[in-house]
Design a protein around this ligand. Structure first.
Ligand code: UD1
Ligand code: CA
Length: 461
């Protein structure tokens, strides 16, 4: 039987934040969500120990099934944190993977390898460790005859021990019985006056129990986030990991340093992501697209061969072959049909453009349907809101809406209809009709010339 326990009750003092530390976001997910996602495929029931801001964390994780929460009332150290879960663990028996909620880089394969190693060696405890260039702040692994015999916290380490570069990741696999036995013996006699889970290791070794370690060749996966600098570092590494996966899958990332993609984003091959682009949430992008520069998409769906330039999109859909931007805003419910064009300074909200439709300049379309091949001229506005309610505008296929037209909704313009420039329409237009709402043009020959002469005379007089 395998259980998983995530320690996430720490005070997070060094973050200097009102938000519980494990809810701080890196690469689109809270720190603890990264850890939960990494352990999920390993099987085993998952327990999470919460402390400060427990309700806030629980709310955030409410959608995740099968988590058991424990509350550590007083935060007295990582060893003390296991205690609220002791009965749950005792009942389940077997082995338990213990992870820190503030170490978001640990990968599923590594956790699996740790559990395998632990079982193969029939250990009481197996530590996940790594050799790093700069071990400061981390617990050091003390070895004798090659075997790990204790973990010494940075603050408690002698100068000799501080030189050790093998560090404790904070991820462990324990035999439940040995862990619980060890916890009962913990004493807070260390620099911080806390009950350290790491002291269980020395205790078990002293009792002659088998303790082992799986040592990673570098520290890529074990960065623990204790302050904002480490948060930024973790976010950057997580982002780089996602970008590398995308590049391995045939996506060109022109400038990885200015491209930010959440782990849940999918992109098809031969798509090029230009600099300063942010792709978040469940955004899906097809093949052979060119996205960016300066584009931000959240939960958007983009087909194949789409060109999106300087576009801000949220919950929007852009079908294959469409061209959008630059400087376009696609708000929730915007749908840009196949081969449609949307140009500069256009805002779409709950607006569906049909196949090959064009809205090329300076328009706002809200709560609207635009038929295939219809051309919407510059500066067209759907007046969809009367201050109380929203109303719909429907434009048929192959229509032509002249520039600077106000379509006062609710309104229908039939297929093939033409609306003259500058009109403010409050009546439906049947298919094939022309609608113009505009006072007649008055032309007075010579008027301007005469006026100029009068003005000249009076200013010289
Ligand atoms: C801990 C390890 C250290 C390791 C490092 C890896 C201990 C004593 N030290 O140090 O060897 O190198 O992680 O990142 O464990 N927690 C609680 N309740 C508490 C205290 C802590 O739940 O009362 C949780 C924290 O939320 C965190 C984890 O335990 O997830 C570790 O605590 P933290 O204070 O961050 O320990 P570090 O100093 O980082
Ligand atoms: Ca930590």
């Amino acid at each position: 039987m395998l259980s998983v326990l995530i320690l996430a009750a720490g005070e997070g003092t060094r973050m200097k934040s009102d938000l519980p530390k494990v809810l701080h976001t890196a690469a689109g997910k809270a720190l603890v969500e990264h850890v939960l996602d990494a352990v999920a495929p390993c099987g085993g029931q998952v327990g999470v120990v919460l402390g400060r801001g427990a309700d806030t964390v629980k709310n955030r994780l409410a959608a995740r099934k099968g988590l058991t929460f424990f509350i550590q009332k007083k935060r007295r150290g990582s060893g003390d944190a296991v205690r609220p879960a002791a009965r749950w663990l005792a009942r389940r028996g077997g082995d338990v993977l213990v992870l820190c909620g503030d170490a978001p880089l640990v990968r599923t394969e590594t956790i699996r390898a740790l559990a395998r190693h632990h079982r193969r060696e029939k250990n009481a405890a197996t530590l996940l460790t790594a050799e790093v260039a700069d071990p400061s702040g981390y617990g050091r692994i003390r070895r004798e005859q090659g075997r790990p015999v204790a973990i010494v916290e940075h603050k408690d380490a002698s100068p000799d021990e501080q030189r050790v570069r093998e560090i404790n990741s904070g991820t462990y696999c324990f035999r439940v019985r040995d862990l619980l036995d060890g916890l009962r013996r913990l004493r807070p006699n260390n620099a911080k006056g806390e009950y350290y889970i790491t002291d269980v290791v020395g205790y078990l070794v002293g009792r002659g129990r088998p303790v082992g370690a799986l040592c990673l060749p570098n520290g890529d996966e074990i960065l623990g986030v204790n302050n904002r600098r480490e948060l930024a570092e973790a976010a950057q590494r997580l982002n780089r990991r996602t970008l590398n996966q995308l590049m391995d899958g045939g996506v060109t990332i022109v400038d990885p340093a200015s491209t930010f993609v959440d782990a849940g984003v999918r992109i098809g091959p031969d798509t090029v992501i230009e600099p300063q682009t942010f792709l978040s949430g469940h955004t899906r992008i097809g093949a052979r697209c060119r996205i960016g520069p300066m584009t931000r998409l959240t939960d958007c769906r983009v087909g194949d061969g789409v060109r999106l330039d300087a576009t801000m999109g949220e919950n929007a859909r852009v079908d294959s072959g469409a061209r959008v931007g630059p400087w376009t805003r696609l708000r929730p419910g915007a749908v840009v049909g196949r081969d449609a064009h949307v140009g500069n300074f256009v805002e779409l909200k709950k607006a569906r453009l049909g196949v090959g439709a064009k809205v090329n300049h300076l328009s706002y379309l809200g709560d609207a349907v635009v038929g295939p091949k219809t051309n919407v001229g510059a500066g067209v506005i759907t007046c969809n809101y009367d201050g109380y309610q929203k109303y719909a505008t429907q434009i048929g296929a192959g229509a032509f809406i002249g520039s600077n037209v106000n379509l006062v909704a609710p309104l229908r313009v039939g297929s093939g209809a033409v609306v003259g420039a500058g009109s403010t329409l409050t009546k439906n237009v049947p298919a094939g009709a022309l609608a113009v709402e505009r006072s007649a043009t008055t032309v007075k020959p010579g008027w301007a010339k005469k006026r100029r002469l009068i003005k000249l005379r009076t200013s010289h007089g």
